[in-house]
Write a protein that binds this ligand. Structure first.
Ligand code: GAL
Length: 683
C-alpha cells in the first residue's frame, strides 16, 4: 500500500506558501505560476494563510469563489493544497469594530490594529468570528479532492510577541485556571511561597498576570503564568481544530518555530495530526557554519521527536530571508543540502516561504522561488527545480522510513522557563544553548538523537542525556530510577534536581542521590576569574560554564578538577545502579570533553553512527529506516552531508549504493562543498 504523508498525498511534498490573494487582479500571473510550479516539480502549496480580508471582505460577507477556482486549477494540474485558517492576521473591519480582539501588553496598553499574530485568545468576539470563518472553510473545502490537510493559523504566538495578552478577559481566565489547579488559596500560597515579601493572597481577585508593571519575582506565579499563556493559546488553537473538524476529516497541522520559548510543543503535539515547522537557519552568517548546521539538525530532531514520526518542513527560504541584519544568499549547493538535511532528520517535505515574491510591504525582498523578474531563468529557480527532481527520485526509498535513535536527550519546556527565572549563580544561563552544546558532539559523530520531555517515555532508549534538569516534574526521579535499574545509561549534569514543579527547592538529599551516588553542595562559575579544567582520560578540558562542587557517595570518580580550591573535587562520576549506570558531569566544559565521553559510552554500548564510515570535520550522517519485515530485514537509508564550504573526503568502510545514481561507493570518497549523498546498503 502506498504510504500517505498527508490526506491522500503519498510522495515527498515539495512546494510552499502561495499567496495568489495578492495577485487576483493579474490572472496572467496565476497562469504563469501554474506553469512554473510544474517546471519546478512543485506538488503542493499552502493557501489562504493571511487571506481573511479576501475571504470575508466585510463582516459576515464571505467570498470563497476565487479560492475555489484556484484550488481547482491547481488540482487539475496535479498540485495539492494545504489550506490554512486565516487567523494569522486580522482584517481591518474586525480590529476596527471590536477592540477586544487586540492584545493588551504587560503595561496594560492595548495594541493598535496591524501586523499579525496579535489577537487575544480569550476574546469571545475573536473566538466567534474565527469559528464562523473556519467552519465555513471546512464546509466548502473539507472534501475537495485537491485539499490534503489543514494548516491552523500561522506560527501561533510568533513574530516577536510572547503570545501573552494581559486584558481583563485573560486575567479572569488566569484566575479560573489557578482555581482549577489549586482548589484553594492556601494551596496556591504554599506553592508560590508568598510569605516571602508578604505577598500572601487573600482573595482570588488580587491575582494578576506576571508582568514588569506588577509582580514578576514570585517564581511559582511566573511559572504558572507561562503555563497559562501556553494553555490559553493552545485552547484557541484547539477551538480552530474543532472548527475545521466539524466538516472535515483531513489531518491538521500548525507550523511551529523550533525551540520556541513560549509554547511547550510537546503539549501542542498531542492535538495535531502531523507536526510541521518553519526553518530559517543563519547560513553563511560568518559565525561557525557547523554550529548552525548542528543547531538546525537539533531543531529538526525536536520536531520529529514530538510525535516520534516524520514531520513537514512547512517553510524555508529558497534563497535569502530579509530579517537578519545581513541577509546572505545561500551559496550554490546549500539549498539542496539544507533541504536534504531536513529530509535526513525525518521530514517528508520541503516547503518554502514563499512561492512568489510580493511587490510591496515588508517581505518584498524576502527570498522566493519566483523573483520579481526573470521567471524560471534564475539561479534560485534552477536550484529549486533540481531539488524537486532529486526529491522525486529519492521518494520511493524515503517514504515509510523514519529516524529511530537509541539515544535520547531530555528537553523540557517548563524546565527552560524555570532555569531562565532561577535568579541564581549565572543569570545569563541559557538552557537551550547548553542543551544544543550537548547535542552537537552527537551530531558530529553521526548519531541520531530523539528528544523527550520529563513526561516522555525513556525505556525505548539505551542512553538518556539530561543536561541542566534543574526542575524535576512529579514522578521524573522515579522514571529515571526505573530506567537505570533496568539497564539504561543516564547522563546528567550539575544544576539538576534543584526544584520541584512549583519551583520550590528540594530540601535534604538530591532526589536522585541513590542513582547518581553523589551528594551535591555548591555551584559556581569560575571561568573569567580563575580558569580551571577537568582531566579526563589524560586530557585537560577547559571548564566554560557552571562548576558544581559535589562529593562521591558511592559513585566512582572518573575525573577531577585540576586547579584552585576545587582541585580534587569530582568533576565526573559514574555510579552503577541496578543493571544500569548513571554519569554525573559536575561542570560545563568545552565541547571536546563531551565528544570524548560520549565516544567512550557509545562504544561500550555498541552504539554509534549506523553508516560504516570514517567522518571528517563538518561531514555528518543521519539514518532513516523502515519497519523491520518478517524476514528480519530493515530498509535503511543514509544521508551523508558535507557542511564545509570546501570539498571534504571521508572513507566508507563498507560498500554502499548511491540512491540517485545507482553507483557503488566504497573507500575514500570526495564530497563537493555543501553536498549531500544519499546512500543505501549495497544489495
Ligand atoms: C515566517 C512566517 C512567514 C514569513 C516568513 C519570513 O516566520 O511564517 O509568513 O513571514 O517567516 O521569513
Amino acid at each position: 500500500m502506498k504510504r500517505k504523508i498527508m490526506g491522500d498525498f503519498g510522495g515527498i511534498i515539495h512546494g510552499g506558501d502561495y499567496n495568489p490573494d495578492q495577485w487576483l487582479d493579474r490572472p496572467e500571473i496565476l497562469e504563469e505560476d501554474l506553469q512554473l510550479m510544474k517546471k519546478a516539480d512543485v506538488n503542493c502549496v499552502s493557501l489562504g494563510i493571511f487571506a481573511w480580508s479576501r475571504l470575508e471582505p466585510e463582516e459576515g460577507r464571505y467570498d470563497f469563489a476565487w479560492l475555489e477556482k484556484i484550488i481547482q486549477r491547481l488540482y487539475e494540474n496535479g498540485i495539492y493544497t494545504i489550506l490554512a485558517t486565516p487567523t494569522g492576521a486580522m482584517p481591518q473591519w474586525l480590529t476596527g469594530k471590536y477592540e477586544e480582539v487586540l492584545q493588551v501588553n504587560e503595561y496594560g496598553v492595548r495594541n493598535y490594529p496591524g501586523k499579525r499574530h496579535n489577537y487575544c485568545p480569550s476574546s469571545p468576539v475573536m473566538r466567534e468570528k474565527t469559528w464562523q470563518i473556519d467552519t465555513r472553510l471546512a464546509q466548502q473545502f473539507g472534501s475537495h479532492p485537491g485539499v490534503i490537510g489543514w494548516h491552523i493559523s500561522n506560527e501561533i504566538g510568533g513574530n516577536g510577541g510572547d503570545g501573552a495578552c494581559h486584558c481583563e478577559h485573560c486575567q479572569n481566565a488566569f484566575r479560573e485556571w489557578l482555581r482549577e489547579k489549586y482548589g484553594s488559596l492556601d494551596r496556591l500560597n504554599a506553592a508560590w511561597w508568598t510569605s516571602f515579601w508578604s505577598h500572601t493572597y487573600t482573595d482570588w481577585n488580587q491575582i494578576r498576570s506576571a508582568s514588569a508593571r506588577g509582580e514578576d519575582l514570585v517564581h511559582g506565579q511566573k511559572l504558572d503564568w507561562k503555563r497559562f499563556v501556553d494553555s490559553r493559546q493552545l485552547d484557541f488553537c484547539k477551538e480552530e481544530i474543532r472548527a475545521v473538524r466539524s466538516h472535515s476529516t483531513l489531518p491538521v497541522t500548525a507550523n511551529m518555530m523550533e525551540f520556541f520559548y513560549t509554547f511547550d510543543y510537546f503539549k501542542w503535539a498531542e492535538e495535531l495530526d502531523i507536526i510541521s515547522w518553519d526553518s530559517y537557519p543563519d547560513w553563511h552568517s560568518g559565525a561557525d557554519e557547523l554550529r548552525t548546521a548542528s543547531r538546525t539538525a537539533a531543531a529538526h530532531s525536536l520536531m520529529r521527536s514530538l510525535k516520534k514520526k516524520t514531520f513537514l518542513l512547512m517553510e524555508s527560504t529558497p534563497s535569502v530571508v530579509n530579517w537578519w541584519q545581513i541577509n546572505r544568499l545561500k551559496r550554490p549547493g546549500m539549498h539542496e543540502l539544507s533541504s536534504l538535511q531536513a529530509i535526513a532528520c525525518g521530514a517528508d517535505s520541503v516547503q518554502y516561504f514563499q512561492w512568489r515574491k510580493s511587490r510591496g510591504s515588508s517581505e518584498k525582498y524576502h527570498g522566493a522561488v519566483v523573483d520579481h523578474r526573470n521567471g524560471a531563468d534564475t539561479r534560485v529557480f534552477r536550484e529549486v527545480a533540481r531539488l524537486g527532481e532529486r526529491l522525486e527520485q529519492i521518494a520511493p526509498k524515503v517514504i515509510g522510513t523514519c529516524n529511530r535513535p537509541r539515544v535520547a536527550m531530555v528537553f523540557d519546556w517548563e524546565n527552560w522557563w524555570a532555569v531562565t527565572d532561577a535568579c541564581a549563580v549565572d543569570n545569563d544561563l541559557d538552557y537551550r544553548e547548553v542543551f544544543l552544546d550537548f547535542f552537537r558532539p552527537l551530531w558530529e559523530m553521526g548519531v541520531d538523537v530523539d528528544m523527550v520531555d520529563m513526561e516522555g517515555e525513556l525505556d525505548t532508549y539505551s542512553v538518556v542525556i539530561a543536561p541542566l534538569n534543574y526542575m524535576y516534574k512529579a514522578g521524573y526521579d522515579e522514571k529515571v530510577r526505573s530506567f537505570v535499574r533496568q539497564g539504561g545509561c543516564y547522563i546528567t549534569t550539575c544544576w539538576s534536581g534543584e526544584v520541584d514543579e512549583s519551583d520550590l527547592t528540594y530540601t535534604g538529599a538530591h532526589p536522585l542521590e541513590d542513582v547518581l551516588g553523589i551528594r551535591t553542595e555548591e555551584i559556581d562559575v569560575p571561568a573569567g576569574y580563575c580558569e580551571n579544567s577537568v582531566r579526563y582520560l589524560d586530557v585537560d578540558y577547559r571548564i566554560t560554564g557552571l562548576c558544581g562542587l559535589v562529593h562521591a557517595k558511592g559513585a566512582k570518580v572518573i575525573a577531577e578538577y585540576q586547579n584552585d580550591f576545587y582541585k580534587g573535587y569530582p568533576a565526573l562520576t559514574k555510579n552503577v545502579y541496578g543493571a544500569g549506570e548513571a554519569y554525573y558531569i559536575a561542570s560545563i566544559n568545552e565541547g571536546s570533553f563531551l565528544k570524548a565521553l560520549y565516544g567512550e559510552i557509545l562504544k561500550e554500548k555498541g552504539l554509534g553512527c549506523g553508516l560504516q564510515v570514517r567522518l571528517t570535520e563538518g561531514v555528518t550522517v543521519n539514518e532513516r529506516s523502515g519497519e523491520t519485515d518478517d524476514s528480519g530485514q530493515t530498509r535503511k537509508i543514509w544521508f551523508l552531508q558535507n557542511f564545509n564550504r570546501g570539498p571534504a573526503s571521508v572513507e566508507l568502510l563498507a560498500c554502499y549504493e548511491n540512491v540517485e545514481t545507482g553507483e557503488k561507493m566504497t573507500g575514500k570518497i570526495e564530497l563537493p562543498p555543501f553536498a549531500c549523498v544519499v546512500l543505501t546498503a549495497d544489495e
